[in-house]
Design a protein around this ligand. Structure first.
Ligand code: SF4
Length: 375
């Protein structure tokens, strides 16, 4: 099983918290799409297994015209075995969703939409500089459902500073009323190079403290679980049968090919490739010198162990101790005995059927726990 990921590095406007790779200038859009077609030809031998998932992420993939999407998908079908594709996801912002686009996306085989709503509270949408309002979000979800998109996920952001938790509680109630089968939710992080980061440095914006975010995370988990969602990854919740297959494969270490500026690829074994995160350098690299297109990195045994811990500990499946033993000759229970005993006393971890998993309490410290177990 393998997947193809497209990074569409264009957005209408810059959200104030975002540190992904994107550009608000559309000047190079045609060239980048051309570059992606070239990459799909150049990398057609990269994946040796059947493709089961295709994912358009970004940036804002819903900014692409139907013709651009069709051309990219045609090239995928031409170069790869797509007979087993089960999930074809497109990330869409509410302000891009129209009846015409939904009909056309369906025709292209897109069977899962990921809608970036983030919040239903106007002042928070303004603070984040989102390009849509709450009503547009509600309409977009309803319209998508009316067009037969049952496999829908929405993104929500918590940890936005406010005097209490009332807005977050209300946002969750609204999200639940939409009856979508999947919700991804992330804590607002304030990165240095973003607008919020600059304002925070100048004292014009005060991020919420960790405790505020943690309380909202705990409410998120209990609310969604009591409404029938399974908490299958730290930031992801799904009704049974609606886990993201693309992301689940990624967390399980399956191979994937990343296409576009800033995308990366993994061969499923020991090699990673990182495409240049700059639209004009990407276009130039393809036009002039293909060697500048990506950096290649061979994962050492230590990198492999650390990465396996970091990704699997965040999931419902946990870290399979036998994989660490067989693939890396690493006995986690022996090598990290002291750390594991400490985490156990703090009630952060459990070992079940030879898998190390985080407890509900431990999920609040997932990254810290993984990094303390790094070799
Ligand atoms: S739409 Fe998404 S990728 Fe674009 S700036 Fe906003 S958060 Fe970042």
């Amino acid at each position: 099983m393998s997947g193809i990921y497209f990074h569409i590095p264009f957005c209408k406007q810059a959200c104030h918290y975002c540190d992904f790779h994107f550009s608000t200038s559309m000047k190079l859009k045609n060239n980048v799409v051309e570059g992606m077609l070239w990459e799909l030809d150049f990398q057609k031998e990269y994946l040796r297994e059947n493709i089961e998932t295709i994912y358009f992420g970004g940036g804002t993939p819903s900014i692409l015209s139907i013709q651009e999407l069709e051309t990219l998908l045609d090239r995928v079908h031409k170069n790869f075995d797509t007979s087993q594709v089960k999930e074809l996801t497109l990330e869409a912002n509410p302000d891009d969703i129209t009846k015409e686009k939904l009909t056309a996306w369906k025709k292209l085989g897109i069977n899962r939409l990921s809608i970036g709503l983030q919040s239903f509270y106007g002042p928070h949408l303004t603070l984040m500089n989102r390009a849509h309002n709450a009503q547009e979000s509600l309409n977009a979800v309803k319209m998508s459902q009316d067009h037969g998109f049952d496999n829908l996920t929405i993104d929500l952001i918590y940890g936005i500073p406010f005097k209490d938790h009332s807005i977050w509680h209300k946002d969750l109630e609204t999200a639940l009323s939409l009856e979508v089968p999947h919700i991804s939710s992330y804590c607002l992080t304030v990165e240095d190079k973003t607008a919020l980061g600059v304002w925070a440095k100048k004292g014009k914006f005060k991020p919420a403290d960790d405790e505020f975010g943690a309380e909202q995370f705990e409410h998120l988990v209990s609310k969604l679980k009591s409404n029938g969602y399974e908490h299958y990854e730290i930031s992801n919740f799904a009704k049974p049968g609606f886990y993201s297959q693309h992301n689940s494969a990624y967390w399980k270490g399956k191979p994937y090919l990343g296409i576009g500026p800033g995308a990366h690829s993994f061969d499923g074994k020991t090699s990673r490739q990182f495409n240049v995160s700059n639209n004009s350098k990407y276009v130039k690299a393809i036009e002039q010198d293909q060697l500048l297109l990506f950096d290649k990195e061979d994962l050492s045994r230590e990198d492999g162990i650390n990465e396996y811990l970091l990704t699997t500990l965040r999931t419902i499946w946990g870290c399979d101790l036998s994989v660490l033993k067989e693939k890396y000759q690493f006995d986690l229970l022996v090598e990290m005995k002291t750390e594991l005993e400490r985490f156990h006393q703090q009630e952060w971890i459990v070992v079940e059927n030879n898998h190390l998993k985080l407890s509900e309490k431990g999920k609040l410290f997932a990254d810290q726990i993984a990094s303390e177990l790094f070799v």
